[in-house]
Ligand binder design. Structure first.
Ligand SMILES: Nc1ncnc2c1ncn2[C@@H]1O[C@H](COP(=O)(O)OP(=O)(O)OP(=O)(O)O)[C@@H](O)[C@H]1O
Ligand SMILES: [Mg+2]
Length: 278
């Protein structure tokens, strides 16, 4: 007789094998993290995914935020259905061909709260990596909830990441939390691709002058002090907020805008750091 404990161990091992198999078909895996909530991780994630897809990379995005899954809405695929086949769960695809996976697809309404404790969250995220049939991808972006809790930790420990992109804003309280994130990632020996300073200044739509609401240079200083690359500053932008709400990332909706140009430059930097080198 096989004991329950042995059965459990076997299931864990089988899941690990499945994760390795699935992840080996994805060339580059990038996690987006931050210490604080609301700094723009999901906005950055969907725009990075859209910018990679525009460059011709086969791209996927995994929403690891089980409590506030915003990615489907931001990519205009909210309410769409996942497929199921012998090869696992088929992710939803956007018009641009970005493959999307999110707990949001399992909820009947965005207003439904997900009440999950630590082990259930860890289990769900591992299941996503083991059971979603991403197929062959060039890039997978993983959007994380804020902080260094169960979900980001599971992502960091489960997926062989190319590295982590950290998002911060210029306020010092936010930066203090980013430092915690940097230290966690460093302790796990995972590369840090770099830091993005979001909501950094406001470009006046009338005079096009940049107004630095929270001061200047905090992100670059943080990057220097923590010895990590600085990827760029993204301004507060009215169109960006509106386009996230309407399910159309700004790099697709307004490709010529200042923020889209800056996002493209960041993607070029990431590309030269991890893709061109491989
Ligand atoms: N550069 C920007 N300009 C204007 N609005 C922005 C910008 N970046 C993000 N936002 C807006 O700020 C809000 C928070 O952004 P977002 O949801 O991406 O943050 P988050 O870090 O993922 O939040 P959470 O921690 O809750 O997951 C959203 O309404 C988004 O549209
Ligand atoms: Mg988010």
């Amino acid at each position: 007789m096989v004991s329950e404990e042995e059965q459990r161990k076997k299931a864990v091992m089988e899941q690990e094998v499945e994760i390795i198999k699935r992840m080996s078909k994805i060339k580059h895996k990038i996690a987006v993290m931050s210490g604080k909530g609301g700094v723009g991780k999901s906005t950055v994630s969907v725009n990075l995914a859209a910018a990679f897809a525009k460059k011709g990379y086969k791209t996927g995005i995994m929403d690891a935020d089980v409590h506030g899954p915003n990615v489907p809405k931001m990519l205009g695929v909210e309410g769409k259905n996942l497929g199921y086949s012998e090869d696992g769960i088929t992710p939803v695809e956007t018009e641009e061909g970005i493959k999307v996976m999110s707990v949001g697809f399992f909820l009947s309404s965005q207003d439904t709260p997900v009440i999950w404790r630590g082990p259930a969250k860890t289990g769900a995220i591992k299941q996503f990596f083991a059971e979603v049939n991403w197929g062959d991808l060039d890039v997978l972006i993983i959007d994380n909830p804020p902080g260094t809790g169960d979900e980001p930790l599971t992502v960091l420990q489960t997926v062989p990441l190319d590295g982590v992109v950290l998002v911060t804003t210029p306020q010092s309280v936010v930066q203090e939390d980013v430092i915690k994130g940097v230290n966690l990632v460093k302790n796990l020996n995972i590369p840090i691709i770099g830091v993005i300073e979001n909501m950094s200044g406001f470009i006046c739509p009338h005079c096009e002058n940049e107004i630095l609401i929270f001061g200047k240079g905090t992100g670059t200083k943080l990057a220097e002090e923590m010895d990590i690359p600085f990827l760029g500053r993204l301004p507060l932008d009215v169109e960006t907020a509106a386009s996230s709400d309407s399910g159309n990332p700004v790099v697709i909706k307004e490709p010529e805008s200042e923020i889209s140009v800056r996002i493209s430059k960041i993607v070029d930097k990431i590309e030269s750091q991890i893709i061109s080198k491989s």
